[in-house]
Each structure stands twice: as C-alpha cells, then as structure tokens.
Design a protein around this ligand. Sequence first.
Ligand code: IPE
Ligand code: IPE
Ligand code: MG
Length: 248
Amino acid sequence: MISKPILQDLPIDLDVQRLPRHIAVIMDGNGRWANQRGLPRIMGHRRGVDTLKSLLRCCKDWGIESLTAYAFSTENWGRPLEEVDFLMTLFERVLRRELDEMMTEGVQIRFVGDLKALPPSLQSEIQRAVDATQANKGIQFVVATNYGGRWEILQACRQIATQVQQGKLAVEEIDESLFASHLYTAGICDPDLLIRTSGEMRVSNFLLWQVAYAELYVTDTLWPDFDRAELHQALQNYQQRHRRFGRI
Ligand code: IPE
Ligand code: IPE
Ligand code: MG
C-alpha cells in the first residue's frame, strides 16, 4: 500500500480530491525528437529517460499513487538490432544508476511484461531493483518492458484454462477479478488516465484490459519535451472530464 504523501507544489487550480490514482503513459516520439535535431534516434531515448525521471518525481510530489510507463513493446523487437541493443543496455544502466535514489525517494518499482525474453543481465538488474524497493511506500512505479496487451490476455487464458482442466477451478468461478489476478498487473489498480505523447491516436497493444475506463489524453508534444507544465495541462484536462462509467 502506498502511503498518503505530503503534497509538494501541487498547482492551486488542481483539485487534490480528484487526482487520478494511477497514470499510465505511452512514451512516444523519442525518434522524431532526435530526427528534428539531426541526431541519431538513440539520443532521443537517452533524453526520454530524463523526462521519465522528472515525471516520476512530479507524480510523487503531487500525490499520484501509481505511474506506469510503456518502455518497450513486444512489437519493438522488430526495430533495427542496434536500436534494440541500445535500449536494453540503457534500461540496465539506468536501473543500476537510479537504484540508490529510488530508495531515498521511496519508489517501489515493478515490471510488467514477458521478462524471460530480456537479456539475462537486464533480468538480474530488474530483480535486484524490484526486491530492494518492494517495501517502499512513496510511489508505485510500473515499467512495461517486453509488454504486449494481447499476449498478457492470452497467457491469463492459458493459466485459467489449465486450472479448469486440472479440476482446480470451476468455469463459473471465472469473473473479472479472477481474470485480472492472472494479468501481469495483478494487484495494481486500473489506470484512471492514459497519456500518449507525439500525437498518435492509438493504444499500440498497451494495457488493453486495464484501460477499459481510463480517460485518454493525447498531446502532440514529443516525449523528451513532456515536462511538469505538460502534466499539469493533462491533469487540468482530466479534471474537466465527467467520468460516467456507463451511467448517466
Ligand atoms: C518511443 O519513442 C520509445 C520506444 C518505443 C522505445 P519512439 O522510438 O517510438 O519514437 P518515434 O515514434 O519513432 O518518434
Ligand atoms: C509504443 O510506441 C510503444 C512504446 C512507447 C514502448 P511505438 O512507437 O512502438 O508504437 P507505434 O509503432 O507508433 O504504434
Ligand atoms: Mg513511436
């Protein structure tokens, strides 16, 4: 359980009672950001890490309980090998570098996705960070790595089908909460707000089950340029929404 934070610098026009508990972000536009500057795409990814770090701090300061970031999709393996290798090395390096600060900031890190396909040295770094931070109560930080929503749903179906086949579960017992407990995100509340940068109006296989009732916010800003002011705007916009959940 994340403890109720002491809020720092929450903009006065935001209603503290109506903040999203969980924000998910599709961090898109690193490559275009670099291209616009005549730089190689990897420079955009490097800058994107700084953006994520400041967003995490901002979410913590403003009392958001969980932040989920889409770092690498199951489809991203289709990129040129050099880019994929760069990303894997970057993830590993950043995890190692940031662990001390995550401990002092009370960040509880968690990963969702098929981690077994990641380079073994990255898997060890992930395990180390998850174990070290599991009791932290400042903010829950979920990183979607080798994540694909369809695969997540399929593997949940397989686990449930196996239990039925073994006679451990009755078909009638399969409900939404049982299904959700078989997803990578078991125990994490659904996102209230899904932000996508760089203007693309699609979910790209991200949290397909979990975003059923998330509010969507798309900004043209490229991920490396997404700052506190941009988050402020997204939250202002979110607080103007009327979430009906199918009612009137
Ligand atoms: C998002 O930025 C980062 C990852 C998918 C890892 P992109 O790399 O997709 O940047 P664009 O969309 O090509 O600009
Ligand atoms: C989504 O961005 C995946 C991540 C942000 C990790 P992509 O750039 O891969 O998505 P598409 O190709 O525009 O759908
Ligand atoms: Mg992209």
